[in-house]
Design a protein around this ligand. Structure first.
Ligand code: C2E
Ligand code: MG
Ligand code: MG
Ligand code: MG
Length: 287
């Protein structure tokens, strides 16, 4: 009896694994097709200067409008993209679209010529020997100046050996491209990443921002991270700001920039255009 039960359990497990494998394959095939047919979309999220309420940056975030399952978020397909290597194509596509879009906005809104676009690069892309060439050729094609591009590297990506990546990152930095350490405080590589990467900006992970005000210890921790960044001469951006209290507190702590649904979530370029001719000072009760 016990033996039979065990066998049934294995059968159940096998069935589950098989379903997972099928689902993974289905995502991979669909994604490959979506990339070929240029169906992936890039959404843009405002990054606001907390002192003034001015729009300073936009972060480019990939989306997949799936024919049956609606608009898919990155966490629903990036893991498969990473495993299959499709992420290399996606990173390239997003980088191209982001640079092209920013260039268009700069031409259309002369008051916004200093706007910076921020693009996330995967670990795979960072370790590609051709990464540097990919980035510089896209800047060349779009005519975007290097100081108007920021590349974000997730703290989670820094646990591996980054030897090739480090060389390339230093070159990017010397070209004038900005580099941010993303998701700071989400993993376990925070200090190592700070020591090794030639970054100019720290992005505080939204889990830390979400804990603001939950306890004195949580609040002090966020304040300390901001101070740490400042001492190192880095600019600080807080992610996941959802309330006026969070915005106000971060501003008091000297956090330079803020990003989150309180200011605006990621949106298509057409929708984003409204922020190019206005600012966020009302939301920060400045003026
Ligand atoms: P990330 O770079 O840390 O991007 C910020 C994420 O936080 C975005 O999720 C954004 O939609 C979300 N977010 C923004 N404001 C708020 C808020 O107020 N509250 C909450 N709860 N969330 C907020 P998204 O777009 O789902 O992207 C998730 C992650 O996927 C990104 O995290 C980034 O690591 C990765 N990713 C997105 N686009 C790309 C891409 O083009 N290439 C690569 N390699 N990775 C990407
Ligand atoms: Mg999301
Ligand atoms: Mg990011
Ligand atoms: Mg982040």
């Amino acid at each position: 009896e016990a033996k039979r039960l065990g066998r049934d359990r294995y059968a159940l497990f096998d069935g589950y694994m098989e379903a997972l494998a099928w689902r993974r394959l289905e995502i991979e095939c669909g994604l490959r097709k979506a990339i070929e047919q240029r169906e992936l979309r890039v959404h843009f999220q405002p990054v606001v200067e907390l002192r003034t309420g001015a729009l300073r940056e936009v972060e480019a975030l990939v989306r997949w409008p799936h024919p049956e399952r609606g608009m898919l978020q990155p966490d629903e397909f990036l893991p498969v993209a990473e495993e299959s290597g499709l992420i290399l194509l996606i990173d390239r596509l997003v980088l191209e679209e982001a640079c092209r879009q920013l260039k268009d906005w700069q031409l259309e809104y002369p008051a916004k010529t200093n706007l910076v676009v921020s693009v996330n690069l995967s670990t795979k892309q960072l370790r590609e020997p051709t990464m540097l060439e990919t980035v510089t050729s896209i800047l060349g094609q779009t005519g975007l100046r290097p100081e108007h591009l920021r590349i974000e590297i997730s703290e989670r990506a820094v646990t591996w050996d980054l030897a090739t990546a480090l060389d390339q990152l230093h070159t990017l930095r010397n070209l004038g491209i900005r580099l941010a350490l993303d998701d700071f405080g989400s993993g376990h590589a925070a200090i190592a990443a700070l020591r090794r990467l030639p970054i100019d900006t720290l992005k505080i992970d939204r889990t830390l921002v979400g804990a603001l005000g939950k306890s004195e210890r949580d609040t002090t921790l966020v304040q300390a991270v901001i101070s740490l960044a400042k001492i190192l001469g880095l600019t600080v951006t807080a992610e996941g700001i959802e309330s006026p209290e969070q915005a106000r507190q971060l501003r008091t702590f000297g956090c330079d920039f803020g990003q989150g649904t309180y200011f605006g979530g990621p949106m298509p370029a057409e929708e984003f255009a409204q922020y190019l001719s206005t600012d966020f000072s009302d939301l920060l009760q400045i003026r």
